[in-house]
Design a protein around this ligand. Structure first.
Ligand SMILES: NC(=O)c1ccc[n+]([C@@H]2O[C@H](COP(=O)([O-])OP(=O)(O)OC[C@H]3O[C@@H](n4cnc5c(N)ncnc54)[C@H](OP(=O)(O)O)[C@@H]3O)[C@@H](O)[C@H]2O)c1
Length: 374
């Protein structure tokens, strides 16, 4: 079996890489995993991948094999995806192509819009156009956020709707556009495809190994980090007002569950689109309370969405001029639920209750919100 994977140095891609290698080992598959990864500073793509395969957070089953054995399954194509050329046809003939690389950025800043849109859409077009001749199937990792603003129950199909979804930022819009491109282009080419969409990714939860680990702290972790640092900085905590729709929630899903689902379903012909999400979203008022309690920041108030909002102090200004402005569209959004029947039938969705959420942010705090340098 041949699999090509992009984004293996990322939060999710690294866990997909682990799951694929585990699949090869456990099922004694004579597999080849081609990783399209780039170098970073003085570190080659090989250095970066080898670090992922030999660190304290590497799954034991892989570490026990040793790098030499693992490297036999792997081939690395050291290149930026912007400029990737398809000149290794024989190697990739009949491969499943899992495209997990992406530019995750929830910025609402106008000046970043074009870059976020281009980075996410251009790469997908380049690789699909360059690789479609030889591959067996194209698997695109989207995001449940590409649903846009919705209410009620959200189904797995986002591309046969009788309305155009309204997106909250360039990232959501770009991911939706890329999904659409993949679906249309693959249909035209007669190439099987799959679109798999995680919601907001959190640390590992599926077993006790490396529990709560995640290589980069994003989205709700960034809010926690802001108030962790604010609580450390001052003794007198200034009041911060949060505009929140009290009915809404954030759908969060553990990274190892997402990777397990992707590796369980990529060969299934009966699944073309699938949201990889929790049954229930975490209520935002409760989530904020848990975060602020854990970070030790006590002085905050929840208010309704206010179009005119003057900052009442420096902490509030700092918050809304940094992470706050990008998260705000998610805090005031309408409540929605996902239909998780199909997903749960593949692998039971772990429950993310208040206690588990607290443990996740406590773990991040203990690690001072430091991302792993891969
Ligand atoms: N994180 C989330 O909460 C979340 C939620 C839903 C969906 N997703 C989707 O899941 C996928 C993976 O996200 P992630 O969380 O793993 O993101 P991430 O941690 O930011 O990793 C992004 C990956 O893409 C690679 N990449 C980006 N541009 C590239 C380029 N031009 N050439 C080569 N590699 C490039 C990065 O390589 P470098 O390491 O070299 O930069 C990295 O491996 C994305 O498609 C994202 O939209 C993520």
């Amino acid at each position: 079996m041949k699999i090509i994977l992009t984004g293996a140095t990322g939060v999710l891609g690294s866990q997909i890489m682990y799951e694929i290698l585990e699949l090869f080992i456990r099922d004694s598959i004579n597999g080849k995993l081609l990783l399209i990864s780039r170098s970073k500073g003085k570190k080659s793509a090989l250095d970066r991948i080898n670090k992922l395969l030999s660190s304290s957070y590497t799954p034991k089953i892989l570490k026990d094999q040793g790098l030499e054995k693992l490297d036999q399954y792997i081939e690395i194509i050291d290149t930026d995806l912007d400029s990737v050329q398809e000149n290794f046809s024989s190697k990739i003939d009949g491969a499943y192509f899992i495209h997990s690389a992406g530019y995750v950025n929830l910025s609402t800043d106008e000046e970043h819009r074009e870059k976020i849109f281009d980075e996410n859409t251009k790469i997908t077009k380049v690789i699909l156009n360059n690789f479609h001749h030889s591959i067996k199937k194209f698997i695109y990792i989207g995001t449940a956020f590409s649903s846009g603003e919705r209410t009620g129950i959200v189904e797995n199909d986002f591309h046969n709707l009788d309305f155009i979804p309204q997106h909250r930022n360039a990232y959501e819009n770009a991911k939706f556009y890329s999904e659409n491109f993949v679906a249309k282009r693959c249909k035209d080419l007669g190439l099987p495809f799959q679109i798999l969409r995680p919601s907001v990714i959190c640390g590992r939860l599926m077993d006790d190994e490396n529990k709560y680990f995640v290589s980069k702290y994003m989205v709700f972790y960034l809010l926690a980090k802001f108030f962790y640092l604010a609580a450390q900085r001052t003794t007198e905590q200034e009041n911060v007002r949060f505009m929140i729709n009290e009915k809404t929630g954030l759908n969060i899903i553990p990274v190892d569950y997402v990777a397990k689902i992707i590796v369980s379903v990529f060969r299934r012909d009966d699944i073309q689109q699938l949201n990889i999400v929790s049954h229930k979203s975490l209520n935002l008022v409760k989530g904020l309370e848990l975060i602020m309690d854990e970070m030790g920041y006590k002085n905050y108030t929840i208010i309704r969405n206010a179009p005119h909002f003057e900052y009442q102090n420096t902490t509030e200004k700092l918050y809304y001029e940094s992470i706050g402005k990008h998260l705000k569209p998610y805090l005031v959004t309408s409540a929605k639920q996902f239909n998780t029947t199909l997903l749960n039938s593949i692998l039971e969705i772990p429950v993310l209750d208040d206690e588990t959420f607290t443990q996740l942010i406590r773990y991040a705090k203990l690690h001072k919100f430091k991302d792993v340098n891969i």
